[in-house]
Design a protein around this ligand. Sequence first.
Ligand code: SF4
Length: 267
Amino acid sequence: MTYSYTQISQYLRCPRSYRYRYLDGWREKDIRAAMAFGRCFEAALAAYFSKEDSIATLFKEWRAYRDVPLEYGKGDSWDKLLHQGVHLLHMLAQDDRVQVKRPQKNLQLKIIRALPHGNEFVAYIDAIGHVDGQACLIDWKTTSSRYQEEPGGLLMLDPQLICYSWISGIREVALVVFVRKHTPEIQYLKATISDEQCREFGQLVESTIDQIEAARFSPHSGIRFPMNGCTTCSHLGLCLGNQQFVESNLVRRPGASDLDWLNQLGD
Ligand code: SF4
């Protein structure tokens, strides 16, 4: 069996939700404009580091969604997202704080790590390069609000970066966050992951897989209202037996044999 960060984190969030998605095949409908735009923007970044026309790439990719009925965030529109994306690409070039040499090799790297009992773990790393002259592993994010930076050192607790550090062996990590707000901004956030954190993450992966293979899928709704994870869970309709909710949020695909989640590792 092949596992990914998305799978492990979904199980840890709620084992029942994991079962709905990976075993029963209930997937969230892919209609969020922000998600689609994020994929188009990543294609533009690949063009930028390959010294191609990144703005033309962004337009070409995003144009495919022009007449698609996507769900836009409050105040967002197709034009507005394009405008923000162009602005962010200009800022990236102006700042010139990120370098990725040999983009063919160092962008979208697939890394596989063998796990006990014939399992394996797969991750796609956005880039390996330099931020402010420091060699590091880089993850891109597109978001509509800034990432929290305080208290200092918060980023070293980011579980996805710890996962990538664990699988790649690279301890210096960075998030480059493209913030699509009224005045677009790029955050360059850096952290060092320790060997101890990586060792603990490896143990977490193994114990989580043990739970999955033992078919333990109890609901885990989180902490009390209003911090209850169920309120933002795409599988809420299934747990409530609310057919209308199910139909508006989910689509059912083949279950465990469906491996197209491998393409969604950037969730
Ligand atoms: S609604 Fe709550 S209990 Fe049900 S799958 Fe989602 S998080 Fe788990």
